[in-house]
Design a protein around this ligand. Structure first.
Ligand code: 48H
Length: 262
């Protein structure tokens, strides 16, 4: 057994894929349920898709279920989406289903990756690139460990025709855009409206409308969509996240239709 061969295998195969991820159709920030669902649909449709996740593990808030009871709740539409992926579910009461949060998230992740999505964990999106009359053209990346350690290390950048902000409650990409560019987001105030207190019904309904292009080249998905557009949170019901991920993919595909693809 040759340690140097093992090291070379890791460095070379990672570097090859990382280099390839520097120019993609869609770059997703955040590997939670909405981001991974969007990536699954995009990669399945043949688009070159990459996900950058700041944590060691993917899944965002889904593995935690509700208050660490690791189960999620779905209604009909969400149940259908997970059913199509062969996730097992149980009916709890009329129109309400439960699933094992770990099974659901693992299956979505496996299907997205096997469809061709490249996921890079431990990498944080710390800025965006803006060109061509205020269009987001890519993401600025750094190792999460760099910011955790407070090191002064400059980032690298990756080009993307469409960026999806699926960073959850913090809507980190949209926040960067607002901070650097000002009140130019496509919301009533031009700014991030802020997430509202829990109201499951409204949160689940409004997320569909909120999943859209909020700045040229930037689509918001999942909790980031509700935070940017001023809609409520909804607790541990996850259908909206899956529907939002699928809608973000559709919006991105529409945006890519006329433009060039990698
Ligand atoms: C790279 C980043 C960065 C960054 C964050 O929070 P998530 O699970 O997001 P969604 O929107 O797919 O799902 C939301 C859901 O989990 C949830 O919180 C619900 C339903 N809450 C309801 C309620 O009432 O509370 O995943 C976001 C992912 C995480 O893995 C982060 O680590 C990652 O994005 N992330 N990745 N660069 N700058 N910021």
């Amino acid at each position: 057994m040759d340690e140097v061969t093992i090291s070379r295998a890791i460095i070379e195969s990672f570097s090859r894929e990382f280099l390839d991820a520097m120019d993609v159709d869609v770059a997703v920030a955040g590997a939670g349920p909405s981001g991974m669902m969007a990536a699954y649909d995009l990669a399945s449709a043949g688009f070159k898709t990459v996900v950058f996740e700041k944590n060691l593990r993917l899944g965002g808030g889904m593995p935690g279920g509700g208050m660490m009871f690791n189960r999620i709740v779905l209604q009909e539409e969400g149940k259908q989406i997970l059913g199509d992926l062969n996730v097992r579910m149980q009916e709890f009461s009329d129109g309400y289903y439960t699933a094992d949060a770990l099974e659901a998230m693992s299956v979505i992740a496996v299907r997205a990756i096997q469809a061709g999505t490249k996921v890079f964990n431990l990498i944080s999106v710390e800025d965006v690139m803006i060109r061509e009359e205020n269009r987001i053209t890519g993401l600025v990346l750094n190792w999460t460990a760099v910011s955790m350690a407070g090191l002064h290390v400059d980032p690298l950048a990756a080009k993307a025709r469409v960026v999806i902000d699926a960073t959850g409650h913090e809507c980190e990409v949209a926040r960067i855009v607002e901070r650097k560019i000002g009140a130019y987001l496509r919301t009533p105030t031009g700014r991030i409206m802020g997430e509202k207190s829990m109201w499951a019904e409204r949160g689940e309904t409004e997320i569909i409308e909120n999943t859209r292009e909020v700045y040229p080249g930037l689509v918001v998905a999942g909790m980031a969509a509700n935070a940017v557009c001023g809609s409520p949170r909804m607790g541990a019901i996850f259908g909206g996240m899956l529907i939002s991920g699928k809608r973000a993919a559709q919006v991105a595909i529409e945006m890519l239709k006329d433009g060039e693809r990698v």
